[in-house]
Design a protein around this ligand. Structure first.
Ligand code: ARG
Length: 461
């Protein structure tokens, strides 16, 4: 085991088991490059308060630059026994720059350093998550434009409810992912605050210009309380909450498409490229890509719970428990980004067979609400319209007739409220759809407008 960043106070070495139990290098090495970037900025700050000469600062910043490049080589971390990435990087600096490296940790604590590194890393991860979400949203819009006038049954309680345009259905997911991107941006704003200068918990004893360090590292603001910094992981949880909702939305999309591509529905055809076969049953084409997206929710939601519960009831300020933040955070980001990318590929390659959902609409009574509403438009109070339309549905079901099979004469005979206009409403669900012209409704004019707006909105997200 390497020298620790402390030691003067200790007489005995660490128990071998404890050493292994507590090391974090095998996972926090992901913070290697941001740890170096943060330390380079800190070296400049140390120069500004007179701890480092310009020459010393130059030596340190240069050495860090070389270490950053060397770190990209495979096997760079092999055999390292340092406690964590911060200790590792400082050892490397000592090996390269010699005695001057002993000054780099002046007025700094790992408690603020770990907050700084995690924030720097998370800024990048949030940007990647947003990019992946936007790529999927673009894919959904393209898929909408491939079938601009396809009509599909919309469901409530998993029962055919009312017909909607296929682009209208996809735009619903566009809205969910829009909110996700907004939440991710809000999380980014919380993450993008400089903690450096907080010391271990009481604030640094050196008069750093914290605003200048923030500007150096691209942070929008500085934290306001040193104790809060040492004990805070809200910023990680904020991201993970946004990621959880993104995964939740992905799981619903995955579930829909698993159903819609099943033999029972048969509307969607997933590409071979995102499907798997069966080792036993030769005919199978399974939607594994979507099932894995749905399944990975378990890991991402679990990661959130893990960190959330770890933070509960911790006394002020830093406690080593908090080292347990990184694995769940990395896990949440990795899986969310991967699932967004997977979903974008599925969306890009999926095909819709519009005649199947159209037949499903025709064979059901998705026009029943349109009938009731047309009756009320002609003056009948809605409760009576509802009852009359319901009676017609029952009659159709009992006599084995689809809505489109009713003639004007049969309708008039059933009830004189059914004028000839009703033949059209029963024949094609699109006629009812066309009445839903409110903003947010599924009338073709509203959907075309919404689609146009969505294409503009994605640019400014
Ligand atoms: N590796 C630690 C973490 O990830 C940071 C070190 C702080 N350790 C300490 N004993 N104060 O939280």
């Amino acid at each position: 085991m390497q020298d620790k960043l402390y030691g003067g106070r200790f007489e005995g070495g660490q128990d071998k088991f404890f050493e292994k139990f507590s090391e974090s290098l095998h996972f926090d090495k992901r913070l290697f490059s941001v740890d170096i970037a943060g330390s380079q900025a800190f070296a400049r700050a140390l120069e500004s308060v007179g701890i480092l000469s310009a020459e010393e600062r130059g030596t340190i910043v240069h050495a860090f630059g070389e270490i950053a490049v060397e770190g990209r080589a495979p096997g760079y971390f092999d055999g390292a026994t340092d406690e964590d990435v911060h200790s590792f990087v400082i050892r490397k600096l000592k090996e390269k720059a010699g005695a001057v490296a002993d000054k780099i940790h002046t007025g700094r604590s790992r408690n603020e350093q770990v907050s700084l590194d995690t924030r720097l890393w998370l800024r990048g991860a949030i940007e990647e998550t947003i990019d992946a979400a936007k790529a999927l949203m673009g894919g959904l819009l393209e898929l909408a434009e491939k079938y601009p006038s396809a009509a599909v049954p919309g469901y409530t309680h998993m029962r055919r409810a009312q017909a909607v345009l296929w682009p209208h259905y996809l735009l619903a997911y566009f809205e969910m992912f829009t909110r996700d991107v907004e939440r991710l941006r809000q999380a980014h704003a919380r993450v993008n605050v400089l903690p450096l200068g907080s010391g271990a918990l009481a604030g640094s004893a050196f008069p750093f210009d914290r605003e200048a360090i923030a500007a150096d590292l691209g942070f929008a603001a500085i934290t306001r309380n040193s104790m809060d910094v040492s004990g805070d992981r809200d910023f990680a949880l904020d991201y993970m909450h946004a990621a959880n909702l993104t995964m939740l939305h992905l799981s619903r999309l995955a579930e829909d498409w698993i159903l819609y591509s099943s033999e029972e529905f048969g509307w969607l055809e997933l590409s071979d490229g995102v499907s798997s076969g069966s080792s036993l049953m030769p005919q199978k084409k399974n939607p594994d890509s979507l099932e894995l997206i749905r399944g990975k929710c378990g890991r991402v939601f679990g990661a959130y719970s893990a960190l959330f519960v770890t933070m509960k009831g911790l006394p002020m300020t830093y406690n080593r428990d908090m080292q347990e933040d990184k694995e769940p955070l990395f896990e949440a980001a990795d899986q969310t980004i991967a699932c967004l990318r997977m979903a974008a590929i599925v969306a890009q390659q999926v095909t819709l067979n519009p005649s199947v959902p159209e037949k499903a609409s025709a064979e059901s009574w998705v026009v029943a609400t349109d009938i009731a509403e047309a009756l009320s438009r002609a003056g009948l109070p809605f409760h009576q319209s509802h009852k009359l339309a319901g009676r017609l549905v029952l009659h159709g079901i009992k006599s084995g007739k689809n809505p489109a099979e009713f003639t004007a004469a049969e309708l008039a005979e059933f009830d004189p409220h059914f004028t000839t206009d009703f033949v059209g409403i029963l024949r094609d669900p699109r006629n009812g759809m066309a009445t839903r012209t409110v903003p947010g409704g599924t009338a073709p004019s509203s959907v075309a407008r919404a689609l146009g707006e969505a294409k503009e909105r994605i640019g400014s997200l």
